[in-house]
Design a protein around this ligand. Structure first.
Ligand SMILES: [Fe+2]
Ligand SMILES: [Fe+2]
Length: 133
């Protein structure tokens, strides 16, 4: 996989949320680098760190959205749950069977496509709230 970074189009404009997204991608790229050098211990440790960072991020983001009374919060939380379960399932499977082919790409699909890109749904809402003061 090529290193995956935050791009301006993926920014929500909320500093904490964007910083946490960036951190998830840093860990993802770190994992992929370790995978390429067959550093199994490093991979396992990074995956544990990534799992914790993801779980914390989802909780933080849900609290931010609730705090701003985002109307789509229930749907967004449902989507978090589905993506988190897919992520945890992938990690669990890798603990049993090792990292299969395209493992990093599968992680990207969940983190970047299902989670970070989906956050653009609330971008405009948060921008409006920020301008109201
Ligand atoms: Fe997010
Ligand atoms: Fe989200």
């Amino acid at each position: 996989m090529k290193p995956f970074h935050m791009s301006p189009t993926l920014m929500t404009g909320h500093i904490q949320i964007d910083t946490e997204h960036e951190h998830l991608l840093v860990l993802l790229n770190q994992f992929d680098r370790l995978l390429k050098t067959n550093d199994d211990e490093g991979c396992a440790a990074t995956l544990t760190e990534l799992t914790e960072a993801l779980e914390n991020h989802l909780i933080n983001e849900e609290n931010i959205l609730k705090g701003h009374r985002y109307p789509g919060v229930a749907k967004h939380i449902e989507q978090h749950e589905a993506a988190k379960n897919a992520f945890l399932e992938l990690v669990k499977e890798s603990r049993q069977n090792g990292y299969g082919l395209n493992f990093s790409d599968k992680l990207i699909a969940i983190l970047a496509d299902d989670l970070i890109t989906a956050d653009l749904d609330f971008k405009i809402y948060l921008e409006k709230m920020a301008h109201k003061g």
